[in-house]
Design a protein around this ligand. Structure first.
Ligand SMILES: Cc1cc2nc3c(=O)[nH]c(=O)nc-3n(C[C@H](O)[C@H](O)[C@H](O)COP(=O)(O)OP(=O)(O)OC[C@H]3O[C@@H](n4cnc5c(N)ncnc54)[C@H](O)[C@@H]3O)c2cc1C
Ligand code: FES
Length: 251
């Protein structure tokens, strides 16, 4: 199936000066699933940049990113009506959970993006879940983007400038007694996912994490994105980005 596409920008919003939301025309096949990402030529860099799919309808695909370096800076300068060179959808997806399970989504920082897509899917499937979301500080918190719906939201910031003054992992652990969880879907920085994995292991909770390793080819060829697992080295772009947390050899 041809995954290389030229897709038009339908709309663009900038939040808090450094976060950009783009809606692109949806020319993707097959229809994307939560956890998958797009590999985008940004114009600012020769190598494509991986960005999670933050939402998808028949007509549009949503991405949400933080301006970090030259690639995302250049991408932030694109305007409505212009076109992007995209490979996607790439990678695997979060497995759709059994609806009898107590589901928790745990997002740290820009790990929010893939979990927005998953939350929308769970809402449309009429499944219950809890959403734990933490950011460094108020200036990095995008909780207003959480989809509307009848689910519990728990918000934290590391410095306490909004929500609870905890990391998202600390908040998740503290709530475990009252907020039963059978299965976790998580995305965010490596150290956050590592800490969360330990808590899930200690509490016998099933968990799937989305890794954000630096990528080059995004095609499973260069081995530049590998992570060590109990089953040998795996390519995050092709075998992931979503892994069962017990599979990863955390460093
Ligand atoms: C599967 C996947 C999904 C992602 N989804 C999102 C998302 O939805 N929203 C979002 O804001 N970010 C996401 N990222 C991270 C995003 O790809 C990087 O922030 C981006 O590539 C940085 O490019 P740059 O040219 O702006 O920065 P650079 O100038 O290349 O580097 C700036 C900083 O970003 C880090 N970085 C560079 N390339 C990557 C990379 N490929 N992956 C991770 N970190 C990198 C560098 O170590 C450096 O600290 C995702 C990463 C992966 C692997
Ligand atoms: S980025 Fe080349 S194998 Fe994953």
């Amino acid at each position: 199936m041809k995954k290389h596409k030229i897709m038009q920008v339908l709309s663009k919003k900038i939040y808090k000066e450094k976060f950009v939301e783009l809606f692109l025309e949806n020319d993707l096949t097959p229809f994307p699933r939560p956890g998958q990402f797009l590999h985008i030529l940004t114009g600012g860099a020769f190598i494509r940049r991986p960005l999670s799919i933050a939402g998808c309808t028949e007509n549009s695909v949503r991405i949400l990113f933080e301006i970090k370096g030259k690639g995302t800076k250049k991408l932030s300068e694109i305007s409505k009506g212009q076109y992007l060179d995209i490979v996607g959808p790439v990678g695997n997806n979060f497995p759709l959970p059994d609806r009898k399970k107590e589901i928790s989504l745990v997002a740290g920082g820009m790990g929010l993006a893939p979990l927005l897509f998953l939350a929308s899917q769970l809402i449309s499937e009429k499944m219950n879940f809890k959403f734990f979301y933490g950011a460094r500080d108020k200036g990095h918190l995008l909780d207003f983007l959480l989809p509307k719906g009848d689910y519990k939201k728990f918000i934290s910031t590391d410095d306490g400038s909004d929500g609870e003054k905890l990391t998202v992992v600390e908040m998740f652990e503290r709530k475990l007694n009252n907020e039963k969880t059978d299965i976790v879907f998580a995305a965010g920085p490596y150290q956050m996912l590592k800490a969360l994995s330990e808590i899930c292991r200690n509490n016998n909770i099933e968990a799937y994490v989305s890794l954000e390793n630096i990528m080059f080819c995004g095609l499973g060829v260069c081995q530049g994105c590998v992570t060590e697992t109990i089953n040998g080295y795996k390519r995050v772009c092709r075998d992931g980005p979503v892994f069962d947390h017990r599979e990863i050899k955390w460093t």
